[in-house]
Design a protein around this ligand. Structure first.
Ligand SMILES: [Zn+2]
Length: 242
């Protein structure tokens, strides 16, 4: 059992490496997702501003056409006036022309307001569009780099996983199952040393009876508090390695 647990400890080292790499990959994927979302938000913002501008511009065109039509009507009426001799008819027409003129004055004022608004919207649109172009360019350069890092991690994990298989081949299947369960439940630490009578996983004292069992290492011993697999490592004076 001692040998099996030592192999298990080296499997754990490999698994911790894989876990760390997968964590880094997840962080990269999250960064890619966030950057793309940010870009999407900016795109939508620009599209929205563009649509609002276009709607306002349509209103401008409508008002301009109306102004032209009314202007033409006023001109026609004035031409008719030159051919009419009846004073009452003339007065009535003059009244109509005055009415159109007044309405057109208001239309012109409204148009000036619309044009000013359009100008402000166009300026904002240009500003946001420049921001979007900047983001797109930066992302065009940055995305490739992040994706290359993800691909590199995938390659490393694939290599490590192949190496892992050679270790797994040396272990008892039931032991691996047990180990994997503890590894996933205990934050990537399933096999821990007992040093100075203390579990190095949860730092609780190990009962003397269990301590003897661990030293003998005849069977699988689990920590009574954290349920990790325990193995014996003699306490050595600091500075020395075994
Ligand atoms: Zn423990």
């Amino acid at each position: 059992m001692r040998e099996q647990i030592e192999i298990l400890a080296s499997l754990q080292n490999v698994d911790r490496g894989i876990k760390e790499k997968n964590g880094a990959k997840k962080a990269l994927a999250e960064e890619i997702r966030k950057r793309e979302e940010e870009l999407e938000v900016k795109k939508n913002e620009v599209a929205q501003l563009r649509a609002e501008w276009a709607e306002k511009d349509k209103l401008r065109q409508e008002r301009e056409h109306l102004l032209q039509d009314e202007g033409r009507k006023a001109m026609d009426k004035r031409m008719r006036m030159s051919r009419i001799k009846n004073i009452r008819e003339l007065q009535a027409l003059q009244h109509e022309v005055d009415h159109i003129k007044q309405a057109n004055g208001q239309l012109e004022e409204e148009l000036i307001g619309i044009l000013e608004d359009l100008e402000a919207r166009a300026a904002l649109l240009r500003e946001k569009d420049t921001e979007l172009k900047g983001l797109e360019q930066a992302w065009g350069e940055g995305k490739g780099e992040l994706e290359a890092r993800v691909a590199q991690i995938d390659k490393e994990v694939a290599e490590t996983s192949a190496f892992r298989q050679t270790i797994v081949a040396q272990l008892n299947g039931e032991l691996i199952e047990r180990y994997e369960l503890i590894f996933s439940r205990r934050g990537g630490m399933a096999v821990v040393a007992v040093s100075g009578g203390i579990c190095q996983g949860c730092f609780m004292n190990i009962p003397p009876q269990l301590w003897n069992e661990i030293m003998k290492s005849e069977r699988l011993n689990l920590c009574p508090s954290c349920h990790r697999i325990l193995y014996y490592r003699p306490t050595v004076p600091s500075g020395k390695q075994i």
